[in-house]
Design a binder for this molecule. Structure first.
Ligand code: SF4
Ligand code: SF4
Length: 441
């Protein structure tokens, strides 16, 4: 009988981990729908980027107030979850405060967890006020209505509940320690939860144990729930920010990726000595499709980008096209890519592992041509992103599809491209007339 709670705990833990593993598998399967790209060069720089941007949150503090609050929540969440290790071991072994033997170090740990838990609650309250009362502009965009808004709030509620349960658990534990209850060893230092103790004064030992055990169970079940909620939420970035910053761009900022096959063709065209009838000498494989019209045409890094997007809107708030009232929002580009990828993933699940054509694609059904052509390719969105996401690369790949597969560029661009092809310059003048300006008065 005495092992029933341990067995129940092991079962709950197993269910939580199995579901999480299933979600991770699905996530990897979906990302692998994209094209394989080499993103493993310059490893020292990649590790440095991951340490600086994901671990060190270096780009968050560009906007100091939300940046510092975010760092507090991030630190709090990561460090307090060290406590989870003790909770899991206690649950499996039937012990209580297993690490209490660490003495003073344990007291310092518990005290710092409590202070961080309190700071997390304060930060979350400020975030909630910014989103719901101050209504910061970047959270009010059209793409932030419905699920994205609810998801943002849901995360704040879950974090508040988890931290409150942690403090309640400690407050009742502290009270039980004072009352000398069996199994409640005197351990820990409680600089925050001690202020909650008056709420429980006068309660019987039995009632306190019920509250302490309930808070303990709800805390760990809540963490397991949150772990599984991540897959459906923008909060997935707490895990994916690390691989995403590692696989992010390390080359020169804003450099466009040219297709080898096209580069060789252009070089041939520009070479006055080239034999126009010769077979192409290059070893570049001609792609079966130019550019991207759906998520399967994008690279795995771009799909990882889509899952990592935190929906913070820093990109959109820097985007000159968006700021001047155009329809484009780089955040929406990333959200649409993720939504379409999820749709494709569900399609594959429903069709026993293979994709059945659903008559839809990322282009037009999610991202419109108007959005794509509104981009100035200034790279400000990529520069602003705190987790190294590159919305511009998706926009350029989709434009490449429109131009090279559909000849569907706006007429101004078509004229310009025709002029470059025929006249060697963007202007509608014959090459022979280039120097006419010198004869004008
Ligand atoms: S590159 Fe395009 S999407 Fe990104 S900020 Fe500039 S205009 Fe906006
Ligand atoms: S792409 Fe980056 S900056 Fe834009 S919303 Fe997503 S995480 Fe924020």
């Amino acid at each position: 009988m005495e092992y029933i709670t341990n067995i129940a705990f092991a079962l709950v833990l197993m269910v939580g981990i199995v579901f999480f593993a299933r979600n991770v598998k699905k996530l990897i399967r979906n990302i692998r729908l994209g094209k394989e790209v080499v993103a493993n060069d310059n490893k020292p720089q990649r590790w440095k980027n991951m340490a600086r941007i994901a671990l060190g949150q270096s780009k968050m503090v560009v906007r100091p107030i939300p940046g510092i609050l975010h760092i507090l929540v991030y630190l709090g969440f990561v460090i307090i979850n060290l406590e989870v290790l003790e909770i899991v071991l206690d649950g499996l072994l039937g012990t209580h405060r297993l690490f209490a033997g660490l003495g003073v170090f344990y007291n310092v740990l518990i005290a710092s967890f409590e202070i961080l838990a309190f700071l997390v609650i304060v930060s979350v309250v400020v975030f909630w006020i910014r989103r719901n009362i101050v209504r910061v502009k970047r959270f009010m965009s059209p793409e932030m209505k419905g699920w994205p808004k609810n998801d943002g709030n849901m995360i704040l509620y879950i974090e508040t509940v988890l931290m409150s349960l942690f403090l309640t658990m400690n407050a009742t534990d502290f009270q039980l320690q004072q009352l000398g209850a069996a199994h409640y060893v005197e351990a820990g230092s409680f600089p925050i939860s001690q202020f909650l103790v008056p709420l429980f004064e006068g309660m019987s030992v039995q009632a306190l144990i019920i509250i302490e055990r309930s808070a303990w169970w709800l805390h760990i079940v809540g963490i397991l729930f949150f772990l599984n909620y991540l897959y459906y939420s923008k909060h997935l970035h707490i895990l994916l920010a690390f691989p995403n910053t590692y696989f992010g761009r390390v080359g020169p900022k804003g450099k466009f990726r040219n297709l080898d096959a096209v580069t060789q063709e252009v070089k041939l065209m520009m070479d006055p000595d080239a034999d126009p009838y010769a077979e192409p000498a290059g070893d570049a494989d001609e792609p079966s499709k130019f550019g991207a019209s759906d998520v399967m045409d994008l690279s795995r890094v771009q799909l990882l980008n889509a899952y990592t997007c935190t929906e913070c809107g820093r990109c959109t708030s820097e985007c000159p096209a968006n700021l001047t009232g155009k329809k484009l929002s780089p955040r929406k580009i990333m959200m649409d890519t993720r939504d379409r990828l999820e749709e494709v993933g569900k399609n594959i699940d429903a069709n026993k592992g293979s994709f059945a054509d659903d008559g839809k694609q990322l282009l037009d059904d999610y991202i419109t041509r108007e959005e794509l052509w509104a981009c100035t390719s200034c790279n400000a969105c990529t520069e602003a992103c705190p987790v190294s996401i590159d919305p511009l690369s998706i926009i350029m790949d989709m434009r490449q599809y429109l131009v090279m597969e559909q000849s569907a560029a706006p007429s101004d661009l078509n004229n310009m491209m025709g002029n470059i092809e025929n006249n060697g310059a963007p202007w509608p003048f014959n090459q022979m007339d280039r120097l006419n300006w010198k004869d004008e008065a």
